[in-house]
Design a protein around this ligand. Structure first.
Ligand SMILES: Nc1ncnc2c1ncn2[C@@H]1O[C@H](COP(=O)(O)OP(=O)(O)OP(=O)(O)O)[C@@H](O)[C@H]1O
Ligand SMILES: [Mg+2]
Length: 255
């Protein structure tokens, strides 16, 4: 059974149609990359998957392991095993990173972790991601640098251990070492029961993290689907050739 199945998804934001007939599926154990020009609808897809109230699914379905989540609340989606890292992570003053993570962890589990048990688990994960233990006591994302916020998202993912992690430009703004650390975090997370939907602009991260499928979005639709070779082609040629091909303007493709 597919880990995620998206069927003919049409989404509006504030009454404006943004996504048009998005359909794709991904299996457990797979990394699925989404690329595409600015404004093509990648983040909209991520928010729609998480059930953000502003993103209205007009028609279509979202199934996680065969369970229809299209109408579920964000909390129920998180409980079902969905995780979203934001392109622009929020700061939450007054809430410690450790407290926040422990609450998030315990909210999705029947077996609640105690304070000490959770602290130990957190420190192990922080160590793996080369995040200084002092971040545990800091207020979530407050004053964190861009790269630190991104690493924090990967930490959240590894602690919460979702079935499907949707990572929206987690690789943007990372220095080379942090990029490798984040990529390692993703590779460590991926397992036969879980998948990652990776939204990215750059081939850079895809040198470390190997996607099974690459989808290219344009104007709210999936315009091309392929393997890793598609990312190198985009790096070399940009997106215009996909646009041209889509509109049948390439030689030999008819007109
Ligand atoms: N409230 C809104 N009203 C009108 N248009 C909106 C609204 N919210 C988003 N959009 C439009 O939807 C389109 C898709 O935006 P989205 O953020 O999904 O793009 P993206 O592919 O993630 O781009 P980027 O690569 O820059 O992050 C954009 O053209 C954006 O301006
Ligand atoms: Mg975006």
């Amino acid at each position: 059974m597919a880990l995620l199945q998206v069927e003919n998804l049409n989404v509006t934001v504030d009454g404006k149609r943004i996504l048009n007939g998005i359909s794709f599926r991904m299996n457990k154990g797979e990394i699925c990359a989404f690329m595409g020009p600015n404004g093509s609808g990648k983040s909209t897809l991520a928010y729609a998957l998480m059930g953000h109230p502003r993103y209205k699914v007009e028609s279509g379905r979202i199934l996680l392991e065969g369970t229809d989540l299209t109408q579920s609340s964000p909390t129920d989606r998180a409980k079902a095993g969905l995780f979203l890292s934001f392109q622009y992570p929020a700061e939450i003053p007054g809430v410690s990173t450790e407290g926040f993570l422990r609450a998030a962890y315990n909210s999705t589990r029947d077996n609640k972790a105690g304070v000490m048990e959770f602290h130990k688990m957190l420190l192990e994960s922080m160590n793996e991601l080369k995040i200084s233990p002092q971040f545990a006591a800091r207020h979530i994302n407050e004053g964190f640098s861009g790269g630190e916020k991104k690493k924090m998202e990967i930490l959240q993912m590894s602690i919460l251990n979702p079935k499907l992690a949707v990572l929206d430009e987690t690789d943007s703004g990372l220095d080379v070492d942090s990029l490798r650390t984040v990529a390692n975090g993703i590779n460590k997370f991926i397992n036969p029961d879980a998948g990652v939907l990776l939204i990215t602009h750059y081939q850079r991260i895809l040198q470390y993290v190997k996607p099974h499928t690459v989808h290219v979005m344009m104007n709210g639709s999936i315009a091309a689907t392929g393997g890793s070779e598609l990312t190198s082609e985009i790096e070399k040629q940009g997106y215009d050739w996909i646009r041209a091909e889509r509109h049948g303007k390439l030689p030999g493709k008819g007109s």
